[in-house]
Design a protein around this ligand. Structure first.
Ligand SMILES: [Zn+2]
Length: 96
């Protein structure tokens, strides 16, 4: 069941005015299901609940997969650099 203003805040018992989005007293709001303010602040400051921080870190930084990706990128950078050097050398030789 969900609380609908106006009425008493289910969390702290203060009167919540009509069309209020959150309780002035404790910060409970419709988004959090009118729970205590700690839950509200979690919802405001952190990304969605399905956001997995550990998975994000592993994907972006630590894991073996990203290391492989990085070394592959380095290889391609070397290939590009060598190709560029060959092209520049060929251009210089053809100019002479
Ligand atoms: Zn309240």
């Amino acid at each position: 069941m969900s609380f609908q203003p106006p009425g008493q805040c289910p969390s702290c018992g203060e009167w919540v005015p009509r069309k209020a989005l959150a309780c002035d007293c404790c910060g409970a709001c419709a988004k959090s299901g009118w729970k205590a303010s700690a839950d509200v602040y979690d919802g405001l400051d952190l990304p969605d609940e399905d956001f997995d921080y550990n998975e994000f870190v592993e994907r972006e930084f630590g894991s073996e997969t990203s290391l492989k990706t990085t070394s592959r990128e380095t290889l391609w950078r070397w290939v590009a650099a060598i190709l560029l050097a060959v092209m520049v050398l060929g251009y210089l030789l053809s100019v002479r």
